[in-house]
Design a protein around this ligand. Structure first.
Ligand code: FES
Length: 168
C-alpha cells in the first residue's frame, strides 16, 4: 500500500466476471477513445477482486487495446487503487493539509492502538487494513476517512469507535 511500485504477480489469469464484462461493454461505447476506459476498467477490477494484480493490468490493456504500461501508470498513480489484497474493512485516512490540521493523526493513532493496524498494513486476521491517502476532495468536512470506499466526514475518535462497533 505504501510502496506503489511493489506489484503482485498472482500466476493466475484474470478476467472480468459476467457482470463486470457487461458493464465494461456498456461503458466503452460511451467514451470517445478506448483508452478513456482505463480508469473505469480499474474500478471494475477493484470492485470484483478488491485489488489490482499485474495480471489484471495486462487483461485491461488487452481489452482496451493499449499498452500495459499505460494501465500501470494509472493504477500506481492513484492511491485509491489497491495494489495488494486489503482487509475485509479497508480504511483510508486522508493525510493532506486540512485533515492533517484537523487531527487526522488521532484517528491513525487510535487505529494503531485499539485495532492493531498501521498505515500500509493489514491485521493478521485480515479484518482491517489501513492506508493514508492524499486529499479525498472533501476538505471542508475534514478530517475525512473512507471505509471500503464510503466517505465518513468530520471524523473523530468517538465517531470512529461508533463506526467500528457497527462492523462484524
Ligand atoms: S485534505 Fe483531507 S479531504 Fe482534502
Amino acid at each position: 500500500m505504501s510502496d506503489r511500485s511493489d506489484l503482485i504477480i498472482t500466476g493466475k489469469e484474470f478476467a472480468f466476471d459476467a457482470e463486470r464484462d457487461a458493464e465494461f461493454e456498456r461503458l466503452i461505447k460511451r467514451y470517445p477513445t478506448r483508452e478513456s476506459m482505463i480508469l473505469p476498467a480499474l474500478w471494475l477490477t477493484q470492485e470484483q477482486e478488491g485489488w489490482i494484480s499485474v495480471e489484471a493490468m495486462a487483461y485491461i490493456a488487452d481489452r482496451i487495446g493499449t499498452f500495459a504500461a499505460k494501465v500501470y501508470e494509472a493504477a500506481t498513480f492513484y492511491t485509491m487503487f489497491n495494489l495488494k489484497p486489503m482487509g475485509k474493512y479497508h480504511i483510508a485516512v486522508c493525510r493532506t493539509l486540512s485533515c492533517w490540521l484537523r487531527e487526522k493523526q488521532e484517528i491513525v493513532d487510535y487505529l494503531a492502538k485499539e485495532v492493531g493496524v498501521v498505515p500500509g498494513k493489514m491485521t493478521d486476521d485480515g479484518k482491517f487494513s489501513l492506508e493514508e491517502v492524499e486529499c479525498l476532495g472533501h476538505c471542508g468536512t475534514a478530517p475525512v476517512i473512507q471505509l471500503n470506499g464510503e466517505f465518513h466526514e468530520e471524523m473523530d475518535v468517538d465517531k470512529l469507535k461508533a463506526l467500528l462497533a457497527t462492523l462484524e
